[in-house]
Write a protein that binds this ligand. Structure first.
Ligand code: AMP
Length: 449
C-alpha cells in the first residue's frame, strides 16, 4: 500500500524544520519584546465562529474551509485563520473584564484552507500572527506594521514592499460599495461567476479579483480614496505620517482590500519578489477591525493584527540563499571500542548532555572507520573514544576531529576539560549577551563566556 501526503500538505523535517524553528522563534521573541503573549487556541472550532455572517463574501469562508460533522453531529471547522479564535478566546475568558487594554496576543500554528496548491500555497500551512485589541488608535495600528517590518528585516529581507490601503469607517465603505454596485451592475455579464456573486454580497471584494477580464474592468472602477469620510481620511494621513516618522517605506495601493470581511481603516500586505523572480504572493498582511470582538459576543472593541505564512517566508529565504547559518552539529560523538565499552559510552554521553553539550553515543559495535564516518556526517567537533583500558583506568580519550589532536582525560576531570574546550575563544567581553551557544564572536560557549 502506498500512502501519499494529502494534496496540498507537506512534511517539514530535519534541517528544514530547524530553519522553520528559527523563523518562528524570531517572530516569537520580537512579539514578546513588544509585549505580546502567546494564545494557544484549539485547531478545531465550531463552524459558526467562522460563518458568523450568512452574507460573508470571502472565498475563505465560502469555499475553502475544512468543515465536517463530528460524531456528536456538531459542525466543526479546522481553523482557516487565527484571528477569530483569538477573539473567541478573549470573549470566552472575559479578558476584557479588567479594562486593561490593549490585550496583546500572538499565535503560531497550522491553519487549513482548501486552495489550489501552487508555489507558496498549501492546504495546511503555518501562520504566525498577532492581535492588538482594545485601543482604537493609529499607534496600535502602526505598531503592528513596525513589528512585522522589523521581523522581516531581521530575517534578512531587503527590498520589502509594504502596500497599504485605507478601507475607511463603515460609512465610507457603505458609500463606496454603493458606487461600486452602480459601476459594476451594467458590466455584470462580463464578470467571472465569483464576482457576480461578490457584487451581491460584498462588491469591495471585486477589487482584488485575480481574473484578468475582471481586472480590466476594475481599472476604471471608482477609487476608495474618493469615498473616505473626513475622519477616515484624516486618520489615514496621520497613519502615513507616523510610518514616515518611524522610517518605514510604503506604497499606497487601492487594490489591497484583503480576504476577510471584517477589516476597516488600514489594511496592508508585505510583498517580496526574489532575485530569481520567485513570487509566492503576500508574505503576510493585516489590518484594523472594529466589529470582530462584538461579533463573537464581546463588547465593542477595536483591534488590529497581522498574520504571516511561515512557508512563504522560508521558501523566499531559501531561494535568496538567505537561510540563517545552522549550528547543528554534535559537540561530541562518543565511540565505544568494542561491545563491552558501549555502556560506558552511553553513560558518558548522558553526562555530557547534562552539562549542556550535544552528544551522541554510538550504541552498536562498529569499526573505527564507520564511527568516524558517522562523526563526520553528524558534524561532530570532538570524538570521545572509550576502550577497555579507558574503562579500567576511569578515563576517556578526547580527539579534536578537525586537528586530530587528542588527550587522555580522567573521568573526574571531564567536566572541567570539556568546559575549557568550549570557553576559550570568546572575545566579546562583558557586554556579550549570547547565551544560546552561538555567540557573536563565533565561539560556541554553551552559555558560558
Ligand atoms: P491571510 O490570512 O489570507 O491574510 O494570509 C496571511 C498570510 O498567510 C499570507 O500573507 C501568506 O503568507 C500566508 N498564506 C495564506 N494562504 C496561504 C496558503 N494557502 N499557503 C501558504 N501560505 C498562505
Amino acid at each position: 500500500m502506498d500512502f501519499q501526503l494529502v494534496k496540498g500538505t507537506h512534511d517539514i523535517i530535519n534541517k528544514e524544520a530547524r530553519f522553520y524553528q528559527q523563523i518562528e522563534s524570531l517572530f516569537i521573541s520580537l512579539a514578546e519584546l513588544y509585549g505580546y503573549s502567546e494564545f494557544r487556541t484549539p485547531i478545531i472550532e465550531y463552524s459558526e465562529l467562522f460563518k458568523r455572517d450568512q452574507n460573508d463574501s470571502s472565498d475563505m469562508v465560502r469555499k475553502q474551509m475544512y468543515t465536517f460533522n463530528d460524531l456528536g453531529n456538531r459542525s466543526i471547522t479546522l481553523r482557516p485563520e487565527g484571528t477569530a479564535s483569538v477573539a473567541r478566546a478573549i470573549v470566552n475568558n472575559k479578558l476584557y473584564a479588567e479594562n486593561d487594554f490593549p490585550i496583546k496576543a500572538y499565535y503560531l500554528g497550522p491553519v487549513f484552507r482548501y486552495e489550489r496548491p501552487k508555489a507558496g500555497t498549501y492546504r495546511q500551512f503555518l501562520q504566525f500572527g498577532i492581535e492588538n485589541i482594545g485601543i482604537d488608535s493609529i499607534y496600535a495600528d502602526v505598531e503592528t506594521i513596525i513589528l512585522s517590518y522589523r521581523a522581516l528585516k531581521m530575517l534578512g529581507f531587503k527590498n520589502l514592499k509594504l502596500k497599504i490601503n485605507c478601507l475607511g469607517d463603515q460609512e465610507s465603505r457603505e458609500n463606496y460599495k454603493k458606487a461600486l454596485v452602480k459601476y459594476f451592475t451594467p458590466l455584470i455579464d462580463k464578470m467571472c461567476p465569483d464576482c457576480k456573486e461578490r457584487l451581491k454580497l460584498n462588491p469591495l471584494r471585486i477589487i482584488d479579483c485575480k481574473v484578468p477580464e475582471d481586472q480590466a474592468l476594475v481599472k476604471d472602477a471608482p477609487k476608495m480614496g474618493e469615498y473616505l469620510s473626513k475622519t477616515s481620511k484624516d486618520r489615514f494621513v496621520n497613519t502615513i505620517n507616523l510610518l514616515k516618522e518611524v522610517g518605514i517605506p510604503y506604497e499606497i495601493d487601492e487594490g489591497i482590500v484583503r480576504g476577510l470581511d471584517y477589516y476597516s481603516h488600514i489594511v496592508y500586505e508585505f510583498e517580496y519578489i526574489s532575485k530569481s523572480g520567485l513570487n509566492v504572493g503576500a508574505l503576510g498582511g493585516g489590518g484594523h477591525y472594529d466589529n470582530l470582538i462584538s461579533e463573537v459576543g464581546g463588547p465593542k472593541l477595536a483591534g488590529v493584527g497581522f498574520a504571516f505564512g511561515i512557508e512563504r517566508i522560508y521558501s523566499l529565504l531559501k531561494d535568496e540563499g538567505m537561510l540563517p547559518k545552522l549550528n547543528d552539529g554534535f559537540d561530541f560523538m562518543v565511540m565505544p571500542i568494542g561491545e563491552a565499552c558501549i555502556s560506558r559510552a552511553f553513560i558518558v554521553a548522558d553526562f555530557l548532555r547534562m552539562l549542556g553539550y550535544k552528544a551522541e553515543a554510538i550504541i552498536e559495535n562498529k569499526s573505527f572507520k564507520a564511527m568516524f564516518h558517522k562523526a563526520e556526517r553528524k558534524e561532530a567537533s570532538y570524538a570521545i573514544l572509550i576502550g577497555e583500558n579507558e574503562v579500567k583506568n576511569n578515563e576517556v580519550i578526547i580527539k579534536n576531529i578537525k586537528t586530530q589532536e587528542q588527550k587522555v582525560v580522567k573521568n573526574k576531570e571531564l567536566k572541567e576539560f570539556v568546559d575549557s574546550l568550549f570557553s576559550h575563544d570568546c572575545h566579546c567581553g562583558d557586554d556579550c549577551h549570547c547565551d544560546d551557544g552561538d555567540c557573536c564572536c563565533g565561539g560556541d560557549h554553551h552559555g558560558k563566556k
